[in-house]
Design a protein around this ligand. Structure first.
Ligand SMILES: *Cc1c(COP(=O)(O)O)cnc(C)c1O
Length: 358
């Protein structure tokens, strides 16, 4: 078997041990005679998986009793619409601009009220950053930010103190380190980057705020309803939740969120270290204090060299190193499941590449 090293931004690499476990259980789940793909979402086998996965999210992120964990569908993009549908109600909310994803969230909010931009990562002067100074209104319905801008490679390393409930799209960095969930009104994340396969979206919501949300919307879009029904109001994405549960167990076995942080920082230090050591050749457009630990973006001197880099890396077994089509360059995604060893293979390749082409 030859596994490639996959630096994809999402769906992203999964721990090999998880894939192998899923494979071994696929046809006959725990001697039940049928696959987890075929089990009823109300049966005892799936119910146990659902409960265990919910408990693991709570444990690994230290979710307090004030907050509820929901499993939903529709991706983070669905949440762009559901957050304002539940909480905007014609009012104004403060959105923080860190590029493409936050702009999409803003656009969806415009259908339900009047979002306003409350801060922006500085772009167009040779670098970008996570906005530190925000222009917040006390009476905003909520403040929305993207904790890790997957395309621009910009990440918040500290969160603002806000009067209004803080909502974060953590699709590409949830569980990269411990966080204080009590600071947030709502957190959402598609699983396919840092938590598991595509198909399930994790939502963590403060219960008292959830209860104040809109009641005059269809039940299936109402957080309060999903919560009452334990995310089994209709058929949940059983298989993605099952695989996510295995990824969470893997994270727990590695030592949990604190161990992830240590490992993630070591990977980012290794990668940015090589970028900065060859700054005439590799150039990261993101200000140092805002660089993403999850998605490192950088450029080479010419587009031709970038193409060669991507092709040579693929030749060496390292795939999906191409930057997002809207910005070009190189993007290396290093979520929890990417090992330090594999990042070090890439940094060795990067040093060789400079030696040959610099
Ligand atoms: C990938 C991504 C999304 C989109 O997620 P979907 O699950 O495909 O809707 C939204 N926000 C961020 C920050 C992302 O990285």
């Amino acid at each position: 078997m030859s596994r490639l090293i996959n630096f994809s931004p999402g769906p992203a690499t999964l721990p090999l041990s998880v894939l192998e476990e899923v494979q071994s259980e696929l046809v006959d789940y725990h001697g039940s005679g049928i696959s987890m793909l075929e089990h009823s979402h109300r049966g005892k086998e799936y119910s146990a998986v659902h409960e265990e996965t919910t408990a693991l999210v709570k444990e690994l992120l230290s979710v307090p009793d004030t907050h509820d964990v929901l499993f939903m569908q529709g991706g983070a993009t669905g949440q762009f619409a559901l957050v304002p549908m539940n909480f905007l109600g014609g009012a104004s909310a403060d959105y923080v601009d860190t590029g493409a994803w936050s702009k999409k969230a803003f656009k969806a909010a415009s259908c339900y009220g009047a979002p306003r931009w409350a801060g922006s990562g500085k772009e167009g002067e040779g670098y970008v950053r996570a906005p530190k100074d925000l222009d917040l209104k006390d009476d905003a319905a909520y403040v929305h930010l993207t904790s890790n801008a997957t395309i621009a490679g910009v990440q918040f390393h500290e969160f603002p103190e806000t009067k209004a409930p803080l909502v974060a799209d953590m699709s590409s960095d949830i569980l990269w380190r411990p966080i204080d969930v009590s600071k947030f009104g709502l957190i959402y994340a598609g699983a396919q980057k840092n938590l598991g396969p595509a198909g399930v979206t994790v939502v963590i919501v403060r219960k008292d705020w959830m209860e104040k949300g809109a009641q005059d919307i269809p039940d299936i879009f109402r957080y309060g309803f999903i919560s009452e029904k334990g995310s089994t109001q209709n058929t949940p994405p059983t298989f993605p939740i099952y695989v996510m549960g295995k990824v969470l167990k893997w994270v727990k076995d590695q030592g949990g969120a604190a161990a992830m942080e240590k490992q993630n920082r070591a990977k980012a230090d290794a990668l940015y270290g090589v970028v900065d050591a060859h700054d005439g050749f590799y150039r990261c457009p993101v200000e140092k204090g805002s660089r993403s630990v999850m998605n490192a973006v950088f450029n080479l001197p010419t587009e031709e060299l970038e193409k060669k880099f991507i092709a040579d890396a693929a030749e060496a077994g390292m795939v999906n190193t191409k930057g997002h089509r809207s910005v070009g360059g190189i993007r290396i995604s290093m979520y929890n499941a990417m090992s330090l060893e594999n990042v070090e293979k890439l940094t060795t390749f990067m040093k060789d590449f400079v030696a040959k082409n610099g």
